[in-house]
Design a protein around this ligand. Structure first.
Ligand code: UDP
Ligand code: MG
Length: 321
């Protein structure tokens, strides 16, 4: 019989995990001829999330726990869950019920009918404001303009991936990772099924993505999939050089042809300001990339985790290279 792993990343979700498990249990009963494991990845939660999932494990042996030793972030949490998953397919979902379990039987059906990747498309998200949606849309526009790997907007981390592609994904060892980007990179053209859904409000608690975290994610997404911003320095340099030459020609003509010397003070201040700003921006961009190289070359383990299974209460500490 085929097995499906459900990977749920949870950071401070004590108010959500029991309700999610209840809904999951209800839905999974409708799926025949498949066994399940439900992997909760506790991403270093500071609240009672771990206790809550341990309680679930005591009554449901399908529950496995990957306990990360500190908060490593959502992308790494999903990676850790994927590493421990043993299923023939892996379903990724959030812990806050914004990825409704009711779609899971449909995802599995599509997989059983031959789909290798089942993605969901969020046709609406009732929890986000118009302004946030506008920012997200603009961000994906910029990202896709800059990057060769096209990442569709409104494609959340709620998806099913066949073992074949899970193994491909496990081959990516970069520290800085954006799952939806990696998935676009490997995605087959056929055998992908898209399921539309409307994301409800979180069941309990608050979003973990504040403005700074979202901005950092946006910058990371661009630097991971594109080096085009680095070309900006070259283009700005060429444009700045051309402007300076024009200005020089103008000043010479004013001075020697029209005998009308221009006072240099204002021009110099403007030029120095402009050049200074351009240099800072380009140095910042180069710095972002050098920072990434610095972090990647160390090849540190992606995370440190304990794996807790119900059966034999076995705990293993695993480091992933
Ligand atoms: N999450 C995580 N580690 C983090 C931040 C978030 O595992 O450092 C989990 C979180 O518990 C949730 C999912 O990632 O299950 C998505 O986070 P959230 O709901 O805060 O994001 P939003 O839906 O608001 O974009
Ligand atoms: Mg959420």
């Amino acid at each position: 019989m085929k097995k499906v792993s459900i990977v749920i990343s949870a950071y401070n979700e004590e108010g959500n995990v029991a309700e999610l498990h209840k809904e999951l249990d209800k839905e999974l009963k409708n799926v025949k001829n498949v066994t399940f494991e439900i992997i909760f990845v506790d991403d270093g939660s500071k609240d009672g999330t771990l206790k809550a999932v341990e309680k679930l494990q005591r009554k449901d042996k399908r529950v496995k726990i990957v306990q990360l030793k500190r908060n490593f972030g959502h992308e790494i949490a999903m990676t850790a869950g994927m590493d421990y998953a043993k299923g023939d397919a892996v379903i990724f979902m959030d812990a806050d019920l914004q990825h409704p379990p009711v779609y899971i039987p449909r995802m599995i059906k599509a997989w059983q009918d031959g789909a290798e990747i089942v993605v969901t498309k969020r046709v609406d998200n009732v929890a986000t404001s118009k302004f946030y949606k506008f920012c997200a849309k603009s961000f994906y526009w910029v990202l896709n303009m800059l990057s060769d790997t096209k990442i569709p907007a409104s494609m959340p981390d709620f998806r099913l991936i066949d073992r074949k592609y899970v193994d491909f994904l496990k081959g990516f060892n970069e520290q800085d990772r954006l799952f939806r980007g990696l998935l676009s990179w490997i995605m087959p053209n056929d055998k992908v099924v898209v399921i539309d859904f409307v994301a409800p409000e979180r069941f309990s608690g608050k979003t973990k993505y504040n403005f700074v975290k979202s901005l950092q994610l946006a910058i990371n997404s661009i630097t991971q999939f594109s080096v085009r911003p680095l070309h900006l320095a070259t283009y700005l340099g060429i444009a700045g050089g051309a402007l300076s030459m024009l200005l020089a020609v103008y000043v010479v003509i004013e001075r020697y042809v029209r005998h009308n010397p221009t006072p240099g003070y204002a021009t110099i201040v403007a030029a120095v300001g402009l050049i200074g700003a351009v240099q800072l921006v380009t140095l910042g961009i180069i710095g972002e990339y050098i920072g990434k190289i610095h972090m990647e070359v160390k090849k540190r383990p992606l995370y440190l985790a304990d794996y807790i299974e119900a059966k034999d209460k076995e705990e293993k500490t695993k480091e992933k290279k």
